[in-house]
Ligand binder design. Sequence first.
Ligand code: CDP
Length: 228
Amino acid sequence: MKKITVAIDGYSSCGKSTVAKDLAREVGYVYVDSGAMYRCVTLFCQQKNLITDGKVEEVKLRSLLPQVKIEFRKNAEGKADAYLNGENVESEIRSLKVSSQVSIVAALPFVREALVALQQEMGKAKGVVMDGRDIGTTVFPDAELKIFMTADPEVRAQRRYLELKEKGQEEPFEAILENVKQRDYIDEHREVSPLRKADDAVVLDNGNITREEQKEFILNLFKQRTGA
Ligand code: CDP
């Protein structure tokens, strides 16, 4: 069966990674979480104190960026954990502290250029499901299957609230909702590769459907595109 590229883009916390992981597992593709890469660069900035009052010290970050090594390694459960310079940062990069600054770091053109190149390298052999904001528009504009996901901000914030709580990182719901809305705004309004639906993407609003239903939906599209 021919291998294709699957691009899943959309708003923050709308379940892109759940859909992407479910599909990748089902069809034996590699899953790449591009957001984790922007989160790693943000954590690096925080470790080096490069962000003050919402502004990134760009000159310093640009010179230090070649030192940022991002990898995904499988853990005992077979899931890919993000590593920053050899350290497992999977849990830390999901914190509200990182979420609150990731969109300003992700808006920097030189950061995007470096990470897009890395993402293109990771997906060049096809057989990949990648989720993010600009996968169908910039990283893989020729992807055979593009999905654009959305859901109401309140629904998304509630999901993120429960996710963080389960990990023992409980934060006030209002703070999470505010973060979700703020990231949507920055992601949609930045100059380089803003979040937008690719013309040929299929919209999936998963506000009112189950995990199984969304998996079915995407699997059917996958079968159509691969001729399986
Ligand atoms: O999981 P969640 O929806 O909260 O976000 P994520 O996919 O982990 O992405 C975190 C942030 O990274 C987003 O809010 C964007 O600012 C940025 N991002 C991006 O600019 N481009 C991508 N391809 C992926 C993420």
